[in-house]
Design a binder for this molecule. Structure first.
Ligand SMILES: Cc1cc2nc3c(=O)[nH]c(=O)nc-3n(C[C@H](O)[C@H](O)[C@H](O)COP(=O)(O)O)c2cc1C
Length: 274
């Protein structure tokens, strides 16, 4: 069975599908021939769906994706450059949360948006772990504190660089500076053997943070939590990732307690033009 099906009543032989295929797996059509898949298509196709999405006539389907399965482009929904600029500039790392959980459907919606993030070879290997219950978050944070104590003892220079002693001291004084008393933690994980998994998870997490911001929710990267989840065996085991998977990003999530009124300054971009 072919990977690609062309509806000859719709195809206009314009060859856009062939031009856009990232792996050049489609033979250019001509006046008499429809576009066709190369011999290697089945093996090499990354199922990115660009051929389906770009055809103006809805003439091309993949076995796994037809034009009618895909959401239409709605240009009216695109933010203007000014709106996009404001949206991106006004996102903040939120570290003070209201004592109110985010409902599960909302979290599922944020994750649903994040799955549209780019991924290496369109591998879509990011998986998610949501620590929903705040008591569980605190329990896992106590394991991060164990890891920090281990780091202070075994790797004092690195621990000093990252002020790990201050985090431990704060915890002992009743303040959670690791996850800031966030009600929820979301972890992106995936197969540790995959060469691109770190980048793929980081980008998905960035989408997640922006999706949360669009819903007026607060999110913040949980860097210490992530390092411990990836490297501290007791925590890794307690989180119970599938065999071969590891954490590649962790995010705090909750309702922000405060509203921001200004956009803080950032360094000028350093650009080398060649
Ligand atoms: C990889 C990474 C890890 C981070 N880890 C933490 C963290 O553990 N705790 C925290 O409070 N903020 C963390 N942050 C948030 C940064 O401190 C924050 O992005 C920076 O101060 C700029 O603030 P803004 O995000 O509001 O622009 C992290 C950010 C990144 C990109």
């Amino acid at each position: 069975m072919n990977l690609m099906v062309i509806d000859e009543t719709k195809c206009r032989h314009d060859g856009i599908c062939a031009s856009e295929c990232p792996l050049s797996l489609i033979n250019q059509p001509d006046k008499n021939n429809l576009p066709s898949e190369r011999e290697t298509a089945e093996e090499l196709c990354i199922r990115c769906g660009h051929c389906v999405a770009v055809c103006p006539h809805g003439a091309l389907s993949l076995r796994s994706m037809s034009p009618k399965d895909c959401l239409p482009h709605e240009d009216d929904l695109r933010p203007s450059t000014e709106q996009a600029k404001y949206f991106l500039q006004s996102r903040r790392s939120i570290r003070v949360y209201r004592d109110k959980p985010v409902n599960r459907k909302t979290i599922a919606k944020i994750i649903d948006i994040a799955r549209y993030a780019p991924s290496g070879h369109n591998n879509q290997l990011v998986e998610w772990l949501v620590i929903y219950d705040k008591k569980d978050v605190q329990n896992y944070v106590s394991m991060v504190i164990d890891w920090l104590r281990f780091m202070i003892k075994e790797y004092p220079e690195m621990a000093a660089d990252f002020h790990m002693d201050l985090l431990v001291k704060a915890w002992e004084d009743g303040n959670d500076r690791v996850c800031r008393n966030a009600p929820h933690i979301i972890i992106a994980h995936g197969p540790e053997q995959n060469m691109m998994i770190q980048n793929t998870c980081t980008i998905a997490m960035t989408y997640l943070e922006l999706a949360a911001s669009s819903m007026h929710l607060g999110a913040c990267w949980a860097g210490y939590f992530n390092r411990a989840a990836a490297n501290w065996p007791p925590l890794k085991q307690a989180l119970g990732f599938p065999e071969g998977n590891s954490a590649f990003g962790a995010m705090m999530l909750g309702h922000p307690k405060y509203k921001y009124h200004r956009i803080p300054l950032r360094n000028e971009a350093k650009i080398i033009w060649k």
